[in-house]
Design a protein around this ligand. Sequence first.
Ligand SMILES: Nc1ncnc2c1ncn2[C@@H]1O[C@H](COP(=O)(O)OP(=O)(O)O)[C@@H](O)[C@H]1O
Ligand SMILES: [Mg+2]
Length: 383
Amino acid sequence: MENLEELVSQVENPLTGKTLGAENRVVSVEYKGQDLYVKYKRDGIDPDTKKVLEKNILNCLADKVDEDNLFILAQSDDSRDVLAGTAREPEPKNSQPAQLKVGHGTVGEKRRIPKVKHVISIGSGKGGVGKSTFTANLAVTLAQQGHSVGIIDADIYGPSMPMMFNKRDHRPQATDEQKILPLENYGVKFISFGSFIHEDEPVVWRGPMLGGVLNQFFFDTDWGDLDYLLLDLPPGTGDVQLSMIQNIEVDGSIIISTPQDVALLDARKALHMFDKLGLHVIGMVENMSSFICDDCGKEHFVYGTGGVTTACNELGVGYLGKIALDLGVRKAADFGTPYMWNAQKYEGSKIWNSYREIASKVDSYFNPDDNKKKGILSKILKK
Ligand SMILES: Nc1ncnc2c1ncn2[C@@H]1O[C@H](COP(=O)(O)OP(=O)(O)O)[C@@H](O)[C@H]1O
Ligand SMILES: [Mg+2]
């Protein structure tokens, strides 16, 4: 077999004109089943150059592997590099691993998280409907649209952000003031229970014990200025949801559902609970709404059509859009590069456009005037 690593090593870094091999950027090129995964170090490469570089990698492998089976992963030693163009914050002196204070949260007055403009909780009636995948992709999309974005992965039963953001082995550090520094990748900051526990460890923080940890994620984490903080909640209507709304002001919620009746029933329950707790529901998203066949390109509505739209009409809630069931979405999530980070591969696809549209709707909900102005401005500029 030809040495694919050798081929990738010959690709040039458009910034320097030197090959990836010469700059020691190639981390690995390996097959997993039919899929070829190329990992390279992207430190110092801005998003525009990254697009060109990845297109070049894709071209150099074009006759070796089908585009659908090729996954290019940019790795960054200094994750802040990913936010090219933004000021680099200095690393804290004597950085040290952050510690969690497991204990009862104190319930006081509801507070806003300092310097965070909009807090959005993302919920579902049950697990496995794609809530975390959606949250990760919405965050990346909002960041691409110019917002500063963070995620709190509050799903103690199945934390998934460290995997989805390719930071499984990273432990958040603490600042000199003992604040937790969120991890960061793909232009998004996040904090997760998963970064503090071993994946095989039984999760012992249950119920009220969680309040303390969540409070730390809200108030003892150095989020900086954020436009959006997304909360990936555990499924259902339990203690985490209660702790959350006892302590912070949430500005809106999004509910994810698959189109089957059962999931919808659960989604309705979640909606009623959110309503009771006074959380305004911005709208619902239908995930895994249809299956687009790789071979024939035909769209199959495995779970029927229109379930979530009908539910939204019945319940008087907004409908934000739908995301099809797609192998690319699944693989991207499992491999640690969110679908929406793979512009060179997916830009312009139906799913890509759906995520962009949903993100714009969410943003218009919070900044209606801004978006109106932008709309008018773009019309003027086009003329
Ligand atoms: N639109 C989609 N198409 C294909 N697979 C998806 C899609 N959304 C989510 N998945 C996959 O479904 C599984 C459950 O998704 P996840 O986001 O972890 O759900 P939840 O957070 O609701 O439990 C994951 O393997 C994920 O990759
Ligand atoms: Mg999840």
